[in-house]
Design a protein around this ligand. Structure first.
Ligand SMILES: C[S@@+](CC[C@H](N)C(=O)[O-])C[C@H]1O[C@@H](n2cnc3c(N)ncnc32)[C@H](O)[C@@H]1O
Length: 330
């Protein structure tokens, strides 16, 4: 089954994702590519563990879904997200048995190490989400990345490295076969947590069922009679410690009519912790002459610190254009 970010809870318990089999072990595969690892690996268990696969590529997601269906693997969820976001925001603490990483992108150029997944902060996050006795399983053909990952695991202070043989299924993936054809042999490590640090999530929440729920980030402002949307211009705001970046891109006349006066919709680009969302914020005239600024459900947003900040940034921009802020609900 394919899940969008908005289908998850933050965190998501196995009972939500696998209602028929919540007690089974839980395996996360990062960067599953065309998805052929899991059907091979699942077969090696007497009882098929619950599976969560995370990928950046939408094409891979569709291919992998076909493999899962063909193999009849029902307690399996695929999603298109950066792995770091999924692990931090969706996985409960101490919930996973294994995190499998087969042939991660090596980012071989000097100076590109920051793009690599298996760095000390990820190992700390992984240790916080793994059960005691759980492990991160790495298989790669790339010697330099392998050494790098082992160094980073040691630097994390929470992982012990065991050098072992890879599971046979890891040698049947698309990249495994590609490297085998080139005569390269893969290396494998199990990174076992020696501690389970409490790495916090950022506090994401799904958009409430009722769009008028006060949990939807909003504010109430009084626009001056002279308010002219033409004076609005692109505006960027950055969290002081870099937690989010908000870019207010535009303010359009709204197609949705308000009976009470002029209405607009702002387009905002929000980046935070590896996640990017394009959100709309409605700016709607109210009966009492004030104006409601509220996150729209239109683009299916998740309520995150960055999205709340976007409503705040727009409110402040309107204040800079002469609005009086009456209420801040974000
Ligand atoms: C070299 S391919 C390996 C694919 C597959 N594991 C295999 O062995 O055939 C690496 C995959 O990791 C995915 N990927 C890279 N960074 C990722 C991230 N941060 N989160 C999720 N997937 C990621 C890429 O989209 C790509 O499909």
């Amino acid at each position: 089954m394919i899940y969008r970010l908005g289908d998850f809870q933050f965190p998501s318990a196995p009972e939500q994702l696998y209602p028929e089999t919540p007690q089974r072990p839980w395996v996360l595969e990062v960067g599953f590519g065309d998805g052929r690892f899991w059907p091979h690996y699942a077969r090696t268990f007497a009882e098929v563990p619950n599976y969560l696969g995370v990928e950046l590529s939408g094409v891979s997601l569709l291919k992998a879904n076909r493999w899962l269906k063909a193999a009849g693997l029902t307690n399996a969820v695929l999603t298109k997200l950066p792995a770091e976001v999924l692990v931090r925001e969706v996985i409960p603490h101490g919930a996973l048995d294994e995190i499998v990483v087969n042939f991660p992108d090596p980012w071989p150029k000097a100076g590109h190490e920051d793009h690599r997944l298996l760095r000390a902060p990820f190992f700390q996050l992984a240790a916080s989400r793994l059960k005691p006795g759980g492990a991160v399983l790495l298989t790669t053909d790339h010697d330099e990345y392998f050494e790098f990952a082992c160094e980073q695991a040691a630097a994390s202070g929470v992982m012990r490295t065991e050098l072992t043989q890879p599971p046979a299924a890891a040698l049947e993936t698309k990249y495994a076969l590609k490297w085998r054809d080139l005569g390269l042999s893969p290396r494998h490590a199990r990174f076992v947590p020696t501690a389970h640090p409490a790495v916090p999530s950022s506090g994401y929440a799904p958009f409430p069922a009722d769009p008028e729920d006060p949990a939807v980030p909003h504010s109430i402002v009084q626009l001056p009679d002279s308010f002219d949307p033409q004076t609005f211009s692109k505006h960027t705001a950055v969290h002081p410690r870099g937690a989010w970046t908000v870019v207010l891109l535009d303010l359009y006349a709204s197609l949705r009519r308000s009976d009470h006066g002029r209405s607009w919709v702002a387009l905002a680009h929000v980046e935070e912790g590896g996640l990017t969302q394009e959100v709309l914020i409605d700016v709607t005239a109210r009966e009492d002459g004030s104006t409601l600024v509220r996150l729209s459900r239109f683009s299916g947003p998740i309520i995150t610190p960055g999205v709340k900040a976007a409503v705040g940034v727009l409110t402040d921009v309107l204040a800079g254009l002469g609005a009086e802020v009456r209420h801040r609900g974000y």
